[in-house]
Design a protein around this ligand. Structure first.
Ligand code: URP
Ligand code: ZN
Ligand code: ZN
Length: 489
């Protein structure tokens, strides 16, 4: 008679704080024991010589979502979650995107129906707020936050999505009152639009000019501005997809002031550079995302910022717009100028291997930091910890069994997403997941998806501790008092 449904035997169990050699016993989808010499399981996995990691939590990916210009992502919830699972990720957090004029509640209902029908691993949902009407701010958003949608993204750029400073303040005020976390895409829209128009008028239309139109100060200024708005409201924020060291320096500055400003970076800023955009023809479109990848020196500076603890979460920002075809990135065919090319690159499946290879493999970060950035921190940041993001008794049995010595050359043919390219084609990494387990079920084994469509569950998020105001700032505006005040005033 088996004691457990599953025993993972003799691996090195890594959490955000420790690495120990132990068995992991799983029962009814939960971790029941972490100890030596556990009793038998109905299924046993020999993990001798392997790492046993909490499954990855990818807290920024775009699945079954339209771009700001109306282009549909190649991945739906099935292919997106299949790809995540085969890359060692067991929880994703995509976005239910409100477009202007839409009811946020209706958008979420539709998005949830798609996720529930197709996801193979568990998922939480961030909101995108692009039309903060009275109805949205006063009713829909508070009700959705209470229902477990406790984080939302706002844009400072993209014509269809961007909020002005007043709207940002309004949204921040709701987040503060309701205990939600605001994620910010920080780029100065006027500046990048002005530069883009100048470049296009001068005939500089190729993808490489996307980077020219969005130099680091474009990101730095918006990052500083939204930090200042958040300081006025005394509300925490998270700056997503930080690409440049100059924006990172603004975050360091804010923290030195005692502000709760969190930061995310992504594989494309460590492994791609602006040189990749400079390809023959329009091939550079495959590397176009916003903010753009910077120069090679910036990559190393971001690594150092990771080592210094500046980044809280490492997400893919998987934005899977195909290259070829009428529904691909080149919407105007060979004449597509860079302003009309959908932004974003895929990366769900290779997020963990890339960071493992470049971080752990090259001695830049230790195993626990790798787990923290890719799993534990995002789970805590968005209110699904300790159910997700750790290997602990009572947590969901979401596990990536990892072969640190396995060399894989990344190629699109091996990916499980619905894309027609990967920007990391031909890159060889050392370290790859060999088995991925979600709530005790093996969902991917040796590159084969073994999960059924629709088995993934929606995860309602708790109001996260990350969103609690720091409360000690001198400039928080108190509408009841009708003045600026500090804590205790
Ligand atoms: O270029 C990017 N990052 N596209 C995806 C959408 C977004 O802004 O995150
Ligand atoms: Zn963004
Ligand atoms: Zn994104």
């Amino acid at each position: 008679m088996a004691d457990f449904d599953l025993v993972i035997r003799g691996g090195t169990v890594v959490t955000a704080s420790d690495s120990v050699v132990a068995d992991v016993g799983v029962k009814d989808g939960l971790i029941e024991a972490v100890a030596r010499n556990l009793g038998p399981g109905s299924r046993e996995i020999d993990a001798d010589g392997l790492l046993v990691l909490p499954g990855g939590v990818d807290s920024h990916c775009h699945i079954e979502q339209k771009s700001s210009m109306g282009m549909e992502t190649a991945d739906d919830f099935y292919s997106g979650t299949a790809s995540a699972a085969c890359g060692g990720t067991t929880t994703i957090m995509p976005f239910a995107p409100q477009m202007p004029g839409q009811s946020l509640r209706a958008v979420v209902q539709d998005y949830r129906a798609r996720g529930d029908a197709k996801a193979v691993i568990d998922y939480a949902v961030h909101l995108i707020v692009s039309d903060p009407t009275e109805q949205v701010l006063g009713q829909e958003l508070p009700a959705l936050i209470a229902d477990g949608y406790t984080s939302f993204k706002i844009y400072m750029t993209y014509d269809a999505m961007k909020l002005d400073d007043r709207q940002i303040l309004e949204v921040l005020a709701v987040a503060r009152r309701e205990g939600a976390l605001v994620m910010v895409h920080a780029e100065n829209n006027e500046c990048l639009a002005f530069l883009s128009d100048l470049l296009i008028r001068a005939g500089h239309t190729e993808p490489r000019y996307h980077a020219t139109a969005r130099p680091m100060p474009v990101e730095r200024e918006a990052t500083h501005r939204v930090i200042s708005l958040a300081e006025v409201m005394d509300v925490p924020i998270l700056i997503v997809h930080v690409s440049g060291i100059e924006a990172a320096e603004q975050i360091r500055w804010a923290r030195a002031r005692g502000l709760k400003v969190y930061a995310e970076t992504c594989p494309q800023y460590l492994f791609l550079s602006e040189d990749d955009l400079d390809q023959p023809g329009l091939e550079g479109a495959k590397f176009m995302c916003s903010p753009p990848p910077r120069d090679k020196a910036n990559q190393e500076k971001l690594w150092r910022a990771i080592q210094a603890g500046l980044f809280d979460v490492f997400s893919s920002d998987h934005a899977p717009y195909r290259y070829a075809g009428t529904d691909g990135k080149l919407m105007d065919g060979p004449n597509t100028n860079f302003k009309r090319i959908a932004n974003g690159v895929p990366g769900l499946e290779v997020r963990l291997p890339l960071l493992f290879h470049g971080g752990v493999g090259q001695g830049r970060i230790d195993l626990s930091t790798f787990v923290a950035l890719t799993s534990t921190n995002p789970a805590k940041m968005y209110g699904v910890h300790p159910r997700k993001g750790t290997i602990a008794v009572g947590s969901d049995a979401d596990i990536a069994i990892w072969d640190a010595g396995k060399e894989v050359t990344i190629t699109q043919a091996k990916m499980h997403d619905a894309m027609d390219y990967t920007p990391y084609e031909g890159v060889t990494v050392k370290g790859w997941p060999v088995i991925t387990i979600s709530r005790g079920d093996v969902v991917c084994e040796n590159g084969e998806l073994t999960a059924e469509k629709g088995r993934g569950l929606f995860l309602p998020c708790a109001k996260p501790a990350s969103a609690v105001p720091s409360g000690h700032l001198v400039t928080a505006f108190n509408p009841a008092a009708g003045r600026m005040q500090g804590a205790g005033a």
